[in-house]
Structures are given as C-alpha cells and as structure tokens.
Design a protein around this ligand. Structure first.
Ligand code: TTP
Ligand code: MG
Length: 402
C-alpha cells in the first residue's frame, strides 16, 4: 500500500501577524494580543519579537507586561481573525480536497498522491507557502510526514516560516532528536509526572516497555507515550469516537454574570461541539446545557429538535433558549457546559463546512463572524480557565490530552 503524505500547516503568530500586517507601526515590534491585565486577562498570542522576552500564549497579561514592559498590548479582534482564517483555508482547497481544519490557524492536508501535480513534498509545501504569502501577506509553517502526528510535530520544528519534511522511515530518528516537551499531546500533568520520575528524554521514555508505562500512567496515556516516543501516530484526529455524547465546558477563573460574556462562551462551546460532531461524522438532535452556580449547585437542561443540529447559528440559538430557562440573567456562574447527546452516525445530510459561505445565509454568516476560535483542543477532561470574552481571553490548555 502506498504510504500517506500529510501536511500540517500552521500560521505564524497568527493574530499578531494579522495585526502587524494591518498596522505598519506594529511591525518588527513586540506585540502582545490579549486580555486586560487588570481583570485577570491572559495572552492570546505574541509576535515573535515579544517571544524573545519570554512572552507566551495563555500567560497572564500582567506577567507579560512585567517581562516585556516596552511591548505593545492590544485586545484581539476575533471577527477579523475568523475572516482571515476562512480566506486561508480556502486557499488550501487548491491543493487537496481533504482538508481537516483543527483550529483557527491550522489544518491537516492529505497530500497523498499529489506529487505528480505539485512535485516533491518540499516543492508542494513551497507552493503553498508562496500562495499564502502572496494572497494574505502572512507566513505559515508547514510540517510534512507520513502521519498526522509527524506532520504536526514537524510544523512546529522550525517556526516561523518553517518547512520541515520528515521522509518515510525517518520518523523515529526525528522523534529521538526532540525533547519530551515537544512530543505532541503530552499534557502538563504527564510532563510533571515524567519529570518526577526522571524520565527527561525521549530515549529514557523509550527504554520503558508498554506494560510499565501503562502501570505508571494508566492504559490510555501509557499507550500514547509508548507510541508517540517511537514516532507512531496514536491516532490523533482520527475522528473515531467511543463516546455517546460530545460535550465541552468552561470553568471560569472567577464567577461571571455578564450576559454578553456568557453569550460568547456559548458561541464558542456551540462551535467546538458542532465541529467535533461533524468531524466524527455523527449527528444529534439533542442539545444539553449544564450550569454550575457559585454555590456549586449544578443543573442540566436539554432540548430535542425534530431534526439534527446542523448550523452554528441554530446550536447557539437553542443554547441561549436553554440558558434562559435556567438562568435569571444575574446569578454568577462558575461553569458552563454544552453537549450533544443521543448521537447517531451522520445520515449523510450534514454536509458542507461550518464556516462555508452559503449564498444568502447572511444571518448565519453574521454569527460566524463573531465566533471565537475553532480550537479542537478540547475533551471532556480539559477545563479551561478564564472567560472567553474579548476583554478576557481563555486560558487555553495548549495540549489536547489529559
Ligand atoms: P497558535 O498556532 O498556537 O499560535 P500562533 O499562531 O499565534 O503562533 P505560532 O503558531 O507561530 O506558534 O494559535 C493560533 C491562534 O490562536 C493564536 O494566534 C491566538 C489563538 N490562541 C489563543 O487565543 N490562546 C492560546 O492559548 C493559544 C495557544 C492560541
Ligand atoms: Mg499558529
């Protein structure tokens, strides 16, 4: 069987790059996009100039200010980045029909069999980089490998403006060069445990057999570590699910009662669960909202439609209806969760992109333009801290596991 060829494409310092393109005065400067330092805001992203000072995504903005007092601090303009994301994703359709967008600025492209059209993988990647730069003025990093795992790790290997191709057969030696921190999907908790056990290199990790890893980390993480450390794709983004519900929730770092913030959070949650539903080729008619109030009491409420949820607008709308049933508009909330239940295989009607431009579907477009990020980095276990408002960005877990 012919081997697969995967590209992982990821924009460089995405929000910051868009702002630098549109505001020449920000170019070449340490630019930090994020929430308000006075209201526990966090950094969304920072230009590479700011990263030299140690500024990183998800760091409190107040800390970024201490590290880089001369930095330019601005709030994000989500609608702008979402539009830009759509434009970029569209460019990829010129290279392959199989595009798996996994966050606002990254996608996997299945480039298997495209060599005859675009030349070697490196040539193909150079063409993609060139088109993106010409059309948007933005740089992108491309990772190429025989699996999504290798492509994903490779795209981060030489950022920004990177191009890294790991030819077939060289996966394991590539992984050998990495530090454990660079292994994709190894969450902070696992990193900590590895450090406690003095497992501080890929080589040491590889010296442990599967049974031992499973005993230490549990079967799921154990097997994950075993595979990833050998360059074997443990099945990231396979779209295979054993779950009978798809949900996501946000825990706030402080209780919130601002209706606009809550609306935005529900929009983000609607998007993430719908994205996953579509990715897993499933559908559902039942939306469940979960609320936890400041006294920790928790309630759930659900609504069943006579048809499967298809659009972001509809999901968000029903989520707001459910909210109005269980929230008086004032009481502070600690947590908001949203999920689909009674999930069934897609009946083939759920077609098209969530963000595709449907002619005439202006209302939906309007909602979509306000959508926050498309991150697919969620699982039931991930608890995001911080609100998702423009003025106070989410403290995102950079890792999808744990
Ligand atoms: P990333 O691709 O992780 O980061 P980046 O594009 O800014 O920088 P690079 O890829 O060159 O390392 O995320 C894409 C965008 O998502 C980022 O520009 C801002 C947003 N984001 C957050 O809002 N919070 C976060 O914690 C992260 C990691 C990203
Ligand atoms: Mg990026």
């Amino acid at each position: 069987m012919a081997s697969s060829l995967w590209f992982h494409v990821d924009m460089d310092a995405f929000y910051a790059a868009v702002e630098q393109r549109e505001n020449p005065e920000y170019r070449g400067k340490p630019l930090i996009i994020g929430g308000n330092p006075d209201s526990r805001g966090v950094v969304s992203t920072a230009s590479y100039e700011a990263r030299k000072f140690g500024v990183r995504s998800a760091m409190p903005t107040s800390q970024a200010k201490r590290l880089c007092p001369q930095g330019i601090f601005i709030f994000p303009r989500m609608e702008r980045y979402v539009l830009e994301s759509q434009r970029i994703m569209k460019l990829f359709t010129n290279f392959t029909p199989e595009i798996f967008q996994v966050s606002i600025d990254e996608a996997f492209l299945n480039m298997t069999g495209t060599e005859r059209i675009f030349g070697s993988p490196n040539e193909g990647a150079r063409k993609i980089k060139k088109v993106v730069l010409q059309e948007t003025g933005l740089t992108i990093s491309v990772g190429i490998g025989s699996s999504k795992l290798i492509a994903k790790i490779a795209s981060g290997y030489q950022k920004p403006d990177g191009l890294t191709w790991i030819p077939l057969g060289e996966e394991e030696s590539f992984i050998d060069k990495l530090s454990i921190r660079d292994l994709w999907g190894v969450g902070q908790k696992t990193q900590q445990r590895l450090a406690e056990l003095n497992i501080n290199s890929v080589q040491i990790l590889k010296s442990l057999d599967l049974l031992k890893l499973e005993r230490i980390f549990g079967p799921r993480t154990g097997e994950y570590l075993y595979k990833v450390s050998r360059g074997i794709d443990p099945g990231i983004y396979t779209g295979v699910t054993k779950s009978h519900s798809i949900s996501n929730e946000t825990t706030f770092s402080r209780d919130i009662s601002d209706p606009e913030t809550i609306r935005q959070v529900l929009l983000e949650l609607s998007h993430s669960i719908l994205f996953r539903l579509r990715d897993e080729k499933k559908e559902s008619r039942v939306l469940v909202l979960k609320l936890r109030y400041s006294n920790f009491s928790t309630t759930t409420v659900q609504e069943a439609l006579d048809h499967a949820f298809r659009s972001l607008e509809e999901t968000h709308k029903i989520a707001l209806v459910l909210l109005s049933r269980r929230w008086n508009g004032r009481e502070p909330l600690r947590l908001i969760g949203l999920g689909f239940s009674q999930i069934v295989p897609d009946q083939g009607k759920f077609q098209g992109e969530l963000f595709a431009e449907d002619a005439g579907d202006l209302r939906r477009k309007k909602v979509e333009h306000t959508v926050i990020t498309l991150r697919k980095r969620f699982s039931k276990e991930i608890i995001q801290k911080g609100s998702l408002m423009k003025k106070d960005l989410p403290d995102r877990s950079p890792r999808p596991k744990e």
